[in-house]
Design a protein around this ligand. Structure first.
Ligand SMILES: NC(=O)CC[C@H](N)C(=O)O
Length: 358
């Protein structure tokens, strides 16, 4: 494995061994805590613009199985691990983590003290980073990290949203999906509930969506700062009084913004498969899959008609909202899992089907 360096915008540089291609990969460095599911996480479009660091020390040990991917390719911009396993052992393994990064023209780095780096991120917050493989030039890597725009300045949705709409016919209610970087298993769950679906690129205009005559609107997960998804926010604003509207992760943030609420950037976010979510009505605490670095500001919801129905007991962040009078509901966590627990999958998607039309 080639020499490699990981540089942070604060001037810290780590040395390690390269995975993937020679060159530079850069993005906001975020940590994720799932023990398994690195294929799903690396292909989740929500990670566009980010370098993904796993806290679990051994990554790649069951190889890469393409059926687990949550989109057509790797979307995280880089990978940081303690140890990369290059001799995987699994009946479904079709490739290994090094080959997978090469196929996706991405750089990764192993041999990093991910525990130290995670502790630092929790204490000081996320930072911009750059991985350089082959030519391990520390000064150059530092420049790359420092010159990267902040994630709040980047339009990342356009890099992962489909270029044109597509149809998935079925017998159920007509659902327009605003694909701001949708994970495959969200679509699978909506197909399974027989929605008659048309998936639209995130910048689709209101008129084109109206032509489809949807019975309901769904806003998917997605990368970056939700405040930059102006087109999607306007579409939701337009349909607020006309359709049942649902959303997941990026979707809850866009719905809150569309109804006059605010969102904010978290210090380091929630990315893992063990995030608790307490339901205010039942008192039940669900264990959920999460991947977000922005959140809905509860104090901004007064006057929007929205109420908070679930929160994270670890830090009181908003995990679900519901409109008091209109059929509008959304969650911050990922009921579709991939990776992570499926405890809330039926709860959420069956409810969507019920509210959207029996
Ligand atoms: N998974 C997502 O949809 C993430 C939403 C948003 N980009 C955030 O980081 O909070």
């Amino acid at each position: 494995m080639k020499d490699a360096v990981l540089a942070l915008e604060d001037g810290t540089v780590f040395e390690g061994k390269g995975i993937g291609v020679e060159g530079v990969s850069k993005g906001e460095l975020v940590f994720a805590t799932p023990y398994t599911g690195y294929e799903e996480a690396l292909t989740d479009p929500s990670y566009k613009g980010q370098v993904l660091m796993f806290t679990y020390p051994l990554i790649g040990n069951y190889g890469i199985s393409y059926k687990n991917m949550q989109s057509d390719s790797m979307k995280a911009d880089g990978l940081v691990v303690r140890e990369a396993c290059l001799n995987p052992s699994h009946r479904n393994a079709e490739s290994d983590i090094d080959e997978f990064l090469k196929e996706n023209d991405a750089c990764g780095i192993s041999g990093i003290d991910t525990r130290l780096l995670t502790t630092r991120t929790r204490k000081e917050g996320t930072v911009k980073s750059a991985i350089m493989v082959g030519e391990a030039d520390k000064e150059k890597a530092l420049e790359e990290a420092k010159n990267l725009p902040e994630i709040t300045e980047r339009d990342l949705v356009e890099k992962v949203s489909p270029n044109s709409p597509y149809r998935i016919k079925n017998d159920g209610p007509k659902m327009a999906i605003l694909d701001t970087g949708m994970k495959k298993n969200i679509l699978n769950n909506l197909k399974k509930r027989e929605f008659d679906i048309k998936v639209f690129p995130s910048d689709t205009g209101i008129k084109e969506i109206e032509k489809f005559e949807p019975d309901t609107l769904f806003v998917s997960n997605g990368p970056g700062d939700p405040r930059r998804a102006r087109s999607a926010i306007n579409v939701v604003k337009h349909f607020v009084d006309e359709l049942p509207i649902f959303g997941i992760c990026f979707g809850i943030q866009i719905i809150a913004l569309a109804l006059g609420g605010q969102t904010y950037k978290m210090k380091f976010g929630h990315r893992g498969g063990n995030q608790p979510v307490k339901d205010h009505e039942t008192g039940v605490v669900h264990i959920t899959s999460q991947n977000h670095g922005f959140a809905v500001d509860e104090s901004s919801l007064s006057g929007t008609g929205l109420e908070v129905t679930q929160t994270n007991p670890n830090d009181d962040t908003v995990e679900a909202i519901r409109h008091r009078k209109k059929p509008i509901e959304a969650v911050q966590y990922h009921p579709e899992a991939c990776p992570g627990p499926r405890d809330t999958e039926e709860l959420f998607f069956d409810r969507v089907r019920k509210i959207a039309g029996g």
